[in-house]
Write a protein of this length. Structure first.
Length: 269
């Protein structure tokens, strides 16, 4: 059983919702990323989504776009991100780590080379925004051959046929994008999300995480009541940006936000 599957199984047995924070690797410096990953876990993160900086992050709003820009100023590469996971694994071999990013850096590295390096470093899943399963003839086998879960995005506009196609290719969990737009946009419609989650669950037993628009403990708890996991990105990355020159404040403010979300999720479980 993969780390991701084991984590969801344990949480399900406890009646709890997974908390999945996102940070961009290398933002605002390479040196802070691994310590910040540990801060996330210490304060209640169940799975970490680690963003691979990219010059054109099309699914991301301005907050996360700027995070990629800051990381790229320090020349944070895909190799660096994999090395960060390897360093994280030196003291944490339990928390699943999902790399979130775009295809170009992986293509440059090579599918098999990437999958092998990611597996060896301790990566558990890969969410690559811009390669659907229809185009993953070589990519998907490389991931599966190295024990990596391919994770896909579903949207409010996803048809029944599309849901069936993506869930049949996925493992680990499915990521439902609750909003029509980019990260950090608009407000949540919980009833609409619940309706779509029921449609997704009708065709897959995979856990369903929900992201985009979860900003605080209140919205995390509201979505956690209907989802198997809540994914929090822009709210965290915004704090990194706000305190970019104050590493201690980055840890303190993000740690506090994650702890508040964890408490709110557990109070409603």
């Amino acid at each position: 059983m993969s780390r991701i599957a084991a984590k969801f199984s344990a949480l399900r047995g406890q009646g709890r919702t997974a908390l999945v924070p996102f940070i961009t690797a290398g933002d605002p410096t390479k040196e802070i990323t691994v310590p910040l990953m540990h801060t996330l876990v210490k304060n209640g993160a169940d799975i970490i989504e680690l963003g691979v900086p990219f010059s054109d992050p099309m699914a991301d709003g301005p907050v996360i776009q700027r995070a990629s820009e800051r990381a790229l100023l320090h020349h944070t590469s895909l190799h660096d991100v994999i090395s960060m996971v390897q360093e994280f694994r030196q003291s944490d071999d339990q928390t699943p780590v999902v790399l979130m990013g775009y295809l170009n850096p992986i293509e440059i590295m090579g599918y098999t080379e990437f999958a092998e390096a990611a597996h060896d470093a301790g990566v558990d899943g890969v969410l690559t925004v811009d390669i659907p399963p229809e185009e993953g003839t070589d990519f998907l086998p490389a991931l599966r051959n190295h024990g990596l879960d391919p994770i896909y995005l579903l949207a409010p506009t996803s048809t029944q046929q599309r849901i069936e196609r993506l869930t049949s290719s996925a493992s680990g969990f499915v990521y439902y994008v609750s909003l029509k737009g980019v990260t950090g946009a608009a407000s949540l419609d919980i009833p609409a999300a619940a309706e779509k989650l029921a449609q997704i669950r009708a065709v897959t037993e995979l856990p369903v995480g929900v992201g985009f628009g979860i900003k605080d403990a209140q919205t995390a708890a509201a979505m956690g009541a209907v989802a198997d996991a809540v994914v929090v990105g822009s709210a965290i990355v915004g704090l990194v940006e706000e305190h970019a020159g104050e590493p201690e404040q980055i840890h303190a403010t993000i740690g506090s936000l994650i702890a508040e979300m964890r408490a709110a999720l557990d109070a409603d479980s």
